[in-house]
Design a protein around this ligand. Structure first.
Ligand code: DP6
Length: 343
């Protein structure tokens, strides 16, 4: 299917589950925003200042087991084999427990990503959506996807979108309690099976985690309000371009949205600069390709890697053009795919 070093199947074994525990396992894919979420209007409920749209990635995601047991003293997280901060996971587990009123059990969460954690591929998106789905499964809760999306959102905003496949919109919502701020599908992967190439510039964890960087941008960037206004305005055009499969319109709108987000973040104090020289080289290469008649466009999340979208027929050429750039360590190939599922 592909030749990526990072894309593996579910070929890892979880620790044996304890007797008397309730557990379930889920795979949830990562997603890449074509219209970015950057800035919160409510920190506690994790509500976004603006709506966002993403494409769900087929091959990259998190395999996550959630195991509830009456003997566990607290919620714990093992991420890629190492103990990790469980704060965001706990928020999701609390929301799931609140829907299963008799359950007070704490949980052990084991999660493994099949791509480099923290490299701008939004491991929180795949990880926390997988936690929501697996936790619901473990407790036998058959919750609608929209409700799971709102629960995953509490842990990490971008996770709200990974519950669905294809092209997905996370609505800003209007209500103060956040009940209308959840994702819904725009179009299936089959509607427009675009290829996604991830030019890996750096696989190490990013310098500033999204949550803190986003908050710093909101608090200190003089461009924040303008960004939110422009971002909200760009949603309708990006949604329409996806529905019409209008590649040129999507290319222009998604690149502009991405550059505005980064410009806004760069203007924060202290500045948030995710880019490396190879990031800009990849951006330049994409622009050259497009000028030369190869329909491709780029986007960049909160990290230095560049994600390039194109029709499958142009993917080999685009991948070759990116792979030869100094500072680009690898170019992973995937495509738009299905959303989170139990495994
Ligand atoms: C640049 O979803 O990681 O990837 O809600 O604070 O966990 P929190 O933020 P997170 O931010 C993702 C930011 C982004 C853009 C996007 O995915 O829309």
């Amino acid at each position: 299917m592909n030749d990526n070093a990072f894309a593996t199947s579910a070929s890892w074994e979880t620790q044996h589950t304890l007797e008397g525990s309730r557990s379930a396992r889920a795979f949830s894919p990562s997603n890449i925003a074509l219209a970015k979420y950057w800035g919160k209007r409510d920190l506690g409920l994790n509500l976004p200042a603006n709506g966002s749209i993403s494409a769900t990635l087929k091959d990259f995601g998190s395999f996550t087991t959630v195991e509830f047991h009456p003997d566990f003293a607290e919620d714990t997280l093992i991420l890629d084999g190492m103990p990790a901060d469980a704060a965001k996971v706990r928020v999701v587990l609390d929301a799931i427990r609140a829907r299963a009123s008799s359950i007070k059990d704490r949980a052990r969460v084991q999660s493994r990503n099949n791509f480099p954690t923290g490299a701008g591929l939004a491991s929180s998106a795949s990880g926390l959506s997988a936690v929501a789905l697996a936790a619901a499964g473990a407790l036998g809760l058959d919750l609608p996807r929209g409700e799971l999306s709102a629960i995953a959102r509490r842990g990490s905003g971008s996770a709200s979108r990974s519950l669905f496949g294809g092209y997905v919109e996370w609505k800003r919502g209007e209500r103060a309690d956040g009940s209308d701020s959840l994702a819904e599908p725009i179009a299936s992967p089959e509607h427009w099976p675009l290829a996604a190439l991830v030019a890996i510039v750096e696989a190490a964890p990013k310098g500033a985690l999204s949550t803190g960087a986003m908050e710093r941008t909101r608090a200190t960037s003089p461009y924040f309000e303008a960004w939110v206004e422009a971002a909200q305005k760009s949603i309708a055009g990006i949604r329409a371009a996806i529905l019409a499969r209008d590649f040129d319109a999507l290319a222009v709108a998604a690149e502009s949205n991405c550059l505005r987000m980064h410009a806004c973040a760069m203007a924060a104090e202290p500045p948030i600069v995710y880019w490396r020289p190879a990031t800009l080289a990849a951006v330049q290469r994409v622009r050259e390709l497009r000028a030369g008649g190869t329909p491709v466009f780029f986007t960049i999340d909160a990290g230095p890697n560049v994600v390039v979208f194109c029709e499958a027929s142009h993917a080999a050429r685009a991948r070759g053009a990116l792979a030869e750039l100094p500072g680009v360590h690898a170019v992973l190939r995937t495509e738009v795919g299905e959303g989170a599922r139990w495994t």
